[in-house]
Design a protein around this ligand. Structure first.
Ligand SMILES: NC(=O)c1ccc[n+]([C@@H]2O[C@H](COP(=O)([O-])OP(=O)(O)OC[C@H]3O[C@@H](n4cnc5c(N)ncnc54)[C@H](O)[C@@H]3O)[C@@H](O)[C@H]2O)c1
Length: 262
């Protein structure tokens, strides 16, 4: 049976592809019949494992998303090898845990450089070939913290608000050329970023007691939304902000009143 969000014949670049949400996106793109996925990341060993798993359907690319000339090379190599470039997923990102009072200014700058400048450079690099093709889909991975900040991740929240703003601005400018630009806003996802100690799923879920669905999510649940936005099924989605957060940003509970978690 064909995938409900077919990517048949499409060529994609996915950043942060070596693990976590990025790896799940690569896997789902292949399941959705994408012709080829260029997997960009810094983690060489994990990229090599990805190649073992998916063979010649993927190209591993050691690439730092903050490197503007590296982006130009990556896009040029992709178009030359594959003859087209249809999809960019700006997924790579970093997280810093700290109160604003204690955030090291260098960490703040690093967060902005990777999460915001890296996303901007990726979009800028694919504009020319996508404009030429008069079509393309860009999906930027923001966060639930890009619509609703949380304590202890204030700098990260600011960077994800910026990704959301960049996405909307790009949707306005690039929509004129048939390029759709959308953002995805995951809530808590069980990945090495948020679960570096590899705690059990139950322990992780207990931390999301304030989320209506009472659990964190799996990377595949985010990848499904990304695949939808990349496909023709989302042909009229441009500037859309797809929250996949179990209802975390729907509102806040009055603790103790009926309807709140016990
Ligand atoms: N895990 C969550 O709960 C969660 C929630 C909301 C949003 N997100 C966002 O989803 C995206 C993926 O997160 P994840 O949880 O899979 O994290 P992760 O840390 O497991 O994976 C991120 C990947 O990005 C790569 N990366 C980091 N900096 C890079 C750079 N400069 N150049 C190239 N690659 C780089 C890392 O090597 C890593 O493989 C991030 O943008 C993150 O902010 C995650």
């Amino acid at each position: 049976m064909s995938h409900p969000h077919s990517l048949q014949n499409r060529v994609a670049i996915v950043t942060g592809a070596a693990r976590g949400i990025g790896k799940a996106i690569v896997s789902m793109f292949i399941q959705a019949d994408a012709r080829h996925v260029v997997c960009a990341d810094l983690l060489e060993d994990e990229l090599a494992d990805l190649q073992k798993e998916f063979g010649d359907r993927v190209t591993p690319a050691v690439h730092n998303i903050t490197d503007a000339s590296g982006w130009k090379d990556l896009v040029a190599r992709t178009v030359s090898a594959q003859g087209r470039l249809d999809i960019l997923v700006n997924n790579a990102g970093i997280l810093v845990f700290a109160t604003l009072e204690e955030t090291d200014p260098d960490d703040f700058r690093r967060l902005m450089e990777v999460n915001v400048v890296g996303t901007f450079l990726g979009m800028q690099a694919v504009i020319a070939p996508m404009k030429q093709a008069k079509q393309g889909a860009i999906i930027n991975i923001s966060s639930v913290n890009g619509v609703m900040p949380s304590n202890f991740v204030g700098a990260y929240s600011a960077s994800k608000f910026a990704v959301r703003g960049l996405t909307r601005a790009a949707a306005l400018e690039l929509g004129l050329d048939g390029i759709r630009v959308n953002s995805v806003h995951p809530g808590g996802v069980n990945t090495p970023m948020t679960n570096p100690m590899n705690l059990d799923q139950e322990e992780i879920d207990a931390m999301y007691h304030f989320v209506p669905l009472q659990r964190s999510s799996q990377p595949e649940e985010i990848a499904r939304g990304v695949t939808y936005l990349a496909s023709d099924a989302a042909a009229y989605c441009n500037g859309t902000e797809l929250l996949i957060d179990g209802g975390m940003s729907a509102g806040i509970y009055f603790p103790g009143l009926p309807g709140a978690p016990k």
